[in-house]
Design a protein around this ligand. Sequence first.
Ligand code: PEP
Ligand code: MG
Length: 325
Amino acid sequence: AQIREAREKRGPAVTTDGQQMRISANVELPEDLPLIRENGADGVGLYRTEFLFLRSESGPSEDEQLAVYREAAEWAKPHRLVIRTLDVGGDKLLPWLSMRPAEKNPFLGFRGIRLSLEREGIFRTQLRAIVRASDQGNVAVMFPMVTDVSEFRRARELLGRVRAELEAEGHRLEEVPCGVMIETPAAALMADLLAREADFFSIGTNDLVQYTLAIDRLDDRVSSLYPAPHTAVLRLIQGVVRDAKKQGRSVSVCGEMASNLALLPFFVALGVEELSMGSILIPRVKTAIRRICASEARERVEAALSRKEVPEVLEALNRLAERFY
Ligand code: PEP
Ligand code: MG
């Protein structure tokens, strides 16, 4: 029984009619890495790098970062490690990178890719470490909080320059696919254009929900107004996946919605390729996916989404999920 359980955990998540989905892990600290193997993750879909910068007094060196990224790539094998570049700001502030004047609305402030593009020295060091870690063969990178194609292009250009520099220094490098997080309504609405530029999308629903619904993700009083997903967010996600597919790009979902059992038939129906979540949630989600019939999910999701009020949509999605598990 133990052997069967282990095989089930490691095995792929495939629907009853053969549609496969990668179920990967979100990693916040190096201590999380052993858990990805234990829980049968199909790689790391979101590797948050903030811890490196929060721990350090002045920012981690290239070599310090390189060692940490290589170790993570090793754990993710034979699957992919998707490293997200620094996403401080908002609720994650660095003592050594002061915001002056202090921000009144840090979540609407100088964060994510905005900060990286302005502090190019810090960004360049991180990109060098990520590109060097590609010698492990399975490393991808993505940028947080993008709101416009120009930001993505600037970041990608810097990635290209860093790569050329490293090649000139004689490093042996592998391809590093370069993706964009879709976590602002602006990015979701520009997904058709971003899909022409980026190698893949990763939908960050925590921020996408916060910015779409004007709900502070850290404030229980408002976040409990919508304990479950809102139709507006589901519609944005539908559009993003449609735009990605038109350009042949793959889509992952890496916010908390990815592990919501009531939404799995929705993600299956859309043809999302990957869901990324805290490792301990993975076995449960894999078991649920294996019970879903994708063609039935596709037939029924539209009707659920067409209900007028959010609670009605949620009830319809719950009923759909109950057909399967
Ligand atoms: C998100 O916004 O959904 C996300 C995955 O990133 P974070 O939670 O780190 O902001
Ligand atoms: Mg986010």
